[in-house]
Write a protein that binds this ligand. Structure first.
Ligand SMILES: Nc1ncnc2c1ncn2[C@@H]1O[C@H](COP(=O)(O)OP(=O)(O)OP(=O)(O)O)[C@@H](O)[C@H]1O
Ligand SMILES: [Mg+2]
Length: 292
C-alpha cells in the first residue's frame, strides 16, 4: 500500500515512528505537509496538488493535524475522503474532537463521567458559574490552551472571580471546571486504536504542581487500567467517532472522569512508558480498512 502521513514535520517522533512501522510492514510511506496541499475542487473530480504535482496512487492517509491548523488540515482530510481514499481519522470526527464544548456535550449525553464543567461568554453572573461547579477551588481553562498553558487553579472564590472576569473581558473562550483534588496531580491517558486500548500511562505532575503534562515536567509510567477506565476510554472514542484517540481521564472518588479526547495523540510518551509498538497497531488498523 501507499500510505501518506499528513504531518507538518517529518522529523517529529510520531511521524518517524509511523514511517518506520509502515516500511517494516512493506508499505510505501510518504509524509505530506497538509499546509502544502492545494485542493482543487471541481465537478466530479476532486484532486490535490503537492509542489506542482498531482497526488496520485495514495491508498490511505493517517492525519496528524495540529490544533493550530485544524481548519485547513481537516479540509485536506475531507478532500482525501472525497477522492474515496481511506483516512485513519475522519474529518468530521477531527472537527468534533477539536471543539471542547461540543465534545463534552456529546460525552455527557452518553453518560460518561467528567469533572463538572461550566461555559459562559458573559462576565455577568460569575458567582453562579463558580457555584455551579461546586465552588472554589476551581480550574479555569483557556479553550485554545495546550500543554498545560492556560490551565489555572484558583483556590478561592475571589481569585476565581477575578481570573474569569479578566479572561471574559479579553474575549477569551474559557471553561470553568470542578477541581478533582483526589487525582493528586496525576491523570491517565488511554491510547485507543480501533476499539481497543493498546496502551495506557499515568502522568504524575512535579511536586507542588497540579498539571501532569509531560511538557510541564510530568513523569509518565505504565499503568493497568481498571475495567471501568477501559470501558470509559473506549466509549469516549466511539462516541466522538475516533478510531485513533488519546483519552485523558482523572481518577476520582466517583470513578474515571474524562477531561479530553485527543484526535492526534502523540506516540513518544506512550510508547516510552508502555514499550508497546503503537505505531504498528495504527498501521495494522489502516491495513484492515483499506478495501472497505
Ligand atoms: N478539573 C481538574 N482537576 C484536577 N486536575 C486537572 C483538572 N483539569 C486539568 N487538570 C490537570 O491539568 C492538566 C492539564 O489540563 P488539560 O489537559 O485540560 O489542558 P491542556 O493539557 O493544556 O490541554 P490539552 O490537553 O487540550 O492539550 C491535566 O493533565 C491534569 O493533570
Ligand atoms: Mg492535556
Amino acid at each position: 500500500m501507499k500510505i501518506a502521513i499528513l504531518s507538518r514535520n517529518a522529523k517529529l517522533y510520531s511521524t518517524r515512528r509511523l514511517m518506520e512501522a509502515g516500511e517494516q510492514r512493506g508499505h510505501e510511506m510518504v509524509v505530506l505537509d497538509h499546509l502544502k496541499c492545494v485542493l482543487v475542487i471541481e465537478q466530479g473530480r476532486p484532486h490535490i496538488f503537492y509542489s506542482d504535482k498531482e497526488i496520485k496512487g495514495v491508498d490511505a492517509v493517517i492525519p496528524r493535524i495540529g490544533s493550530s491548523v485544524t481548519f485547513y488540515g481537516t479540509a485536506v482530510v475531507r478532500q482525501f475522503e472525497m477522492m474515496k481514499i481511506f483516512t485513519a481519522v475522519e474529518s468530521q470526527a477531527l472537527v468534533r474532537s477539536r471543539d471542547k464544548l461540543r465534545s463534552l456535550q456529546i460525552l455527557a449525553r452518553a453518560g460518561i463521567g467528567m469533572p463538572k464543567t461550566a461555559f459562559a461568554s458573559t462576565p455577568k453572573d460569575i458567582d453562579n458559574i463558580i457555584k455551579q461547579v461546586g465552588g472554589a477551588p476551581v480550574v479555569i481553562k483557556l479553550l485554545e490552551g495546550t500543554q498545560g498553558i492556560g490551565v489555572i487553579l484558583t483556590e478561592t472564590h475571589k481569585a476565581a472571580k477575578s481570573v474569569i472576569e479578566a479572561f471574559l473581558e479579553l474575549d477569551a473562550n474559557i471553561l470553568v471546571q470542578e477541581f478533582i483534588k483526589e487525582s493528586k496531580g496525576a491523570d491517565i491517558r488511554a491510547f485507543v486504536v480501533d476499539g481497543q486500548v493498546v496502551g495506557a500511562m499515568r502522568r504524575q505532575a512535579l511536586e507542588g504542581e497540579f498539571r501532569s503534562n509531560l511538557h510541564r515536567g510530568g513523569k509518565a509510567t505504565l499503568i493497568q487500567l481498571t475495567p471501568e477506565e477501559k470501558a470509559t476510554a473506549l466509549l469516549s472514542a466511539k462516541k466522538l467517532g475516533l478510531a485513533i484517540a488519546g483519552v485523558d481521564m482523572l481518577q476520582s472518588d466517583r470513578g474515571p472522569l474524562v477531561m479530553e479526547v485527543n484526535s492526534s495523540p502523540g506516540l513518544e510518551g506512550i510508547e516510552g512508558a508502555t514499550k508497546v509498538d503503537i505505531a504498528s497497531k495504527i498501521i495494522e488498523y489502516v491495513e484492515r480498512n483499506e478495501f472497505q
